[in-house]
Design a protein around this ligand. Structure first.
Ligand code: BGC
Length: 757
């Protein structure tokens, strides 16, 4: 199953399908809207976006206290080049007003394009065959191509439009969707060399420029063309003919945020070069790029086509979402929608990065490099928060500013510092790339580690961290959130380890870093004492970790008395009501047990899972995958499978009801992690890698590959485990707690889960 497809047209799912069928390459993204348009009254979020391109809007508060962000970064919707209206003997083609048959739409994961076709019957009873194909190029990141192919025995007109009159989508009833609509000012429209339509716009506050250039290639060179709209926000090229026509629209988008060259120059250069190449040739290049991606990154599921489709959809969308230039990252919705305003969160490091780390380490490094690139802003934020040293990564951001205006569930999530550090450390463990640590990782790990010393304190000999929020946004501003404390411990422990590794192996590099950040030797001692004495809240009676100091003292939420339509709770209850109860939005302590399981007894892991599962709503899409992974760890096979099903189908079935605002990209990453870390039980530690595989009953098996310290491995699980060393030197690998040497191929019988369900 290499495609997502549909053959029914349902007005209610159109905005959802716009997200599902979105195309992107990590720089440019376009929602899957219909080229020929919709009737005006239909809801559609017609969007085109550039990753990392943003403007500033004023942050609104009724009571603005010290240090609250003054402005927020927000990703604008860009000029729209999607529209290609079709007229047959003067009648406008619309799937919603006219008659049609044979409607089909598909998104190809292996070929990297989307297609839509139908047979249209005009009011006079004549029929036309219409097909659209579109791609956003992985090879030329600025490039979007759309082809309209019409076969009709009569007069055909195609009006191809570039519209600079655009605004962002707003929803007053959903805090997860922004409220500012108009972020771009249209500046100019011109026709260059009588062929290239070039529109330029500017962001209202920051004066960043964005330019879109369009060129058409037509199957009939002698066709009549009228191009209009010069000096207006909307330009149109109208092609009229009879018989058949194939019109290919080449659109290039460039922005000035990270480029010196004037945007019009760049757009014209790209569009001139690229429009010589046919769509077929671009599609060939696209396929080659994807061949290479799938060669390393595919996760195969044997015996269940629907799951296979869901998994590949997730992996394809992850690739489409990831910024690959070291200056951008992965937005919570990728480039598929405007939810969360194009902001990057901890989602990347904890939910998405591991997939890239294992299968596309160069992309992983670019994502981490981005975090290094915003260190200065993180330093400023730390000073605003009153810290003399260290950094505070923004809870949500594009270019580095803290953009969270609700600090209890925003900037108070200090764990993001630990999450970013965790990303670097895991990357180091996976690839042992010390150069990367010297250039980027060490500075981030040192700086984040220092911040814990600023916000923590010793009490009765234990290191405590007060007034923070953990991952669970239904429990805010607490003391000693277990997740935060273990991540802080790991962060500081690794700062010390890296310090010693570099001292030994790269003393010059270490000296440079230490000088740059002015870190004292005594801080290393402080870190040792803090991490060794880290306080981790534990309940002796229940034998579980407490989510924080007071969580277990709260009243239990009345789940039985809460009707289905009151979920997600955040849309129906005041935060204070929610904070007073034992009710959790998303995996918190259970997530901590997944990320840092060292020294934990199985019994504690299981008790903790059992306890928190009962009070977790999974109102966040970042939850079910983690519960699934830990269900595998606990031997709850049925639960592991059910959680996985929720994860893999979340956007495809729109189970959270807001896929129209964009895909839940962390959950897509969670799909990949569910197979690799859940079913196969993969873990990476200082001591090496380990597996603890099992196979769900409904599958005949699964397979994936991964890179590890200069090697590539293939892991195949059927009724036994097969690990093949595809490349690189022999290694030691642990399977079910037993050590094996892998020279070329290992076959190990599955132990079968110690089932606990
Ligand atoms: C979750 C956060 C997450 C954000 C963006 C929120 O609903 O609670 O953990 O970072 O969505 O995905």
């Amino acid at each position: 199953m290499w495609k997502l497809e549909s053959s029914s047209l349902d007005v209610n799912v159109l905005p959802v399908e716009e997200s599902l069928y979105a195309l992107a390459n990590g720089y440019l993204g376009i929602r899957g809207c219909f080229e020929e348009g919709y009737p005006q009254e239909y809801t559609s979020i017609r969007g085109t976006y550039i990753n990392g391109f943003y403007d500033l809007i004023e942050a609104k508060y009724s009571e603005k206290l010290f240090g609250f962000p003054e402005v927020q970064e927000k990703m604008p919707n860009l000029m729209d080049a999607q529209t290609m209206e079709i007229y047959l003997d003067g009648e406008r083609v619309s799937l919603f007003n006219g008659c049609h048959t044979d409607y089909k739409r598909a998104l190809y994961f292996d070929k990297g394009y989307a297609e839509r076709s139908f047979v249209y019957r005009t009011q006079k009873g004549k029929t036309a065959t219409v097909r659209f194909r579109r791609m956003v190029s992985f090879q030329v990141k600025e490039l979007l191509l759309i082809e309209a192919e019409v076969q009709y025995d009569g007069e055909i007109r195609i009006r191809s439009i570039v519209d600079g009159n655009v605004s962002n989508y707003t929803d007053d009833f959903d805090p997860r969707v922004g409220e500012h609509a108009q972020l771009l000012d249209w500046k100019s429209s011109s026709l260059v060399d009588e062929a290239y339509m070039v529109l330029k716009a500017r962001t209202k506050k920051l004066d960043f420029e964005v330019c879109c250039g369009v060129y058409h290639r037509c199957s009939k060179p002698e066709i009549s063309v009228v191009i209009g709209g010069e000096h207006e926000p909307r330009m149109t090229a109208e092609y009229a003919t009879s018989g058949n026509i194939t019109l290919t629209k080449y659109a290039a988008y460039c922005d000035s945020r990270c480029q010196q060259e004037p945007v019009e120059h760049r757009v014209l250069k790209i569009i001139k070069e690229q429009s010589y190449i046919s769509l077929e040739d671009h599609l060939t290049d696209q396929r080659k790029y994807l061949e290479n991606f799938w060669k390393h990154s595919d996760i195969q599921i044997f015996g269940d086509d629907l799951i296979q489709q869901g998994v590949r959809f997730s992996l394809f969308q992850l690739l489409q979402s990831a910024g690959k230039d070291g200056l951008t990252n992965i937005a919570a919705k990728g480039l598929t929608g405007e939810g969360y305003e194009g902001h990057y969160f901890w989602d990347t490091e904890i939910y998405i990065l591991p997939f890239f780390q294992l299968t596309q380490p160069q992309i992983a490094e670019k994502l981490l490099t981005y975090r290094h690139s915003i260190l200065d802003q993180a330093r400023n934020e730390a000073r605003t928060l009153g810290h003399r040293r260290g950094v505070k990564y923004p809870w949500r951001t594009i270019a580095g500013r803290e953009c969270s205006t609700f600090f209890p569930a925003g900037s108070a999530q200090y764990h993001i510092n630990g999450d970013v550090a965790y990303g670097f450390i895991q990357h180091y463990l996976q690839h042992k790339n010390l150069d990367f640590i010297c250039h980027y990782g060490a500075e981030v790990v040192f700086e984040t580690a220092r911040t814990w010393l600023e916000i923590g304190h010793f009490s009765n000999g234990k290191f405590m961290i007060h007034s923070v929020t953990g991952p669970d946004e239904y429990t805010c501003i607490v003391n000693n959130n277990y997740y935060t404390n273990v991540m802080a411990r790991y962060n500081m422990e690794w700062a010390v380890k890296l310090y010693h590794i570099l001292k030994e192996e790269r003393p010059e590099a270490l000296k440079g870093i230490i000088q740059r950040i002015q870190m004292q030797e005594s801080e290393i001692d402080e870190m040792i004492s803090a991490y060794k004495n880290m306080y981790l809240p534990y309940d002796e009676q229940r034998k579980i970790h407490k989510q924080d100091d007071t969580f277990l003292d709260k009243a239990l939420w009345d789940f039985e008395g809460t009707p289905e339509d009151k979920y997600p709770l955040l849309l129906h209850y005041h935060p204070l009501t929610i904070y007073r109860y034992q009710v959790i939005k998303q995996a918190d302590t259970v997530l901590a047990h997944f990320l840092l399981e060292d020294d934990l007894e199985d019994e504690i892991i299981r008790n903790t899972f059992d306890y928190y599962e009962k009070v977790t709503t999974h109102d966040s899409s970042l939850s079910s995958c983690i519960y699934g992974i830990m269900a595998s760890r606990c031997g709850y096979c049925e639960k592991a499978y059910d959680y996985f099903m929720e994860t893999v189908r979340l956007d495809l079935d729109n189970t959270h009801g807001n896929t129209k605002d964009g895909l839940h990209v962390a959950n897509l990453g969670g799909t990949a992690l569910s197979v690799i870390f859940g079913f196969a039980g993969y873990r990476i530690k200082d001591t090496g890698i380990s597996l603890r595989p099992w196979c769900p009953e409904n599958w005949s098996g699964y397979e994936f590959k991964l890179f590890y310290r200069g090697r590539q491995l293939r892991v195949n699980v059927t009724d036994h485990l097969e690990i093949e060393l595809l490349e690189g030197e022999r290694l030691e690998i642990k399977v079910y707690d037993k050590q094996y040497g892998l020279d070329s191929l290992l076959k190990i019988p599955l132990e079968g889960m110690k089932r606990n369900d």
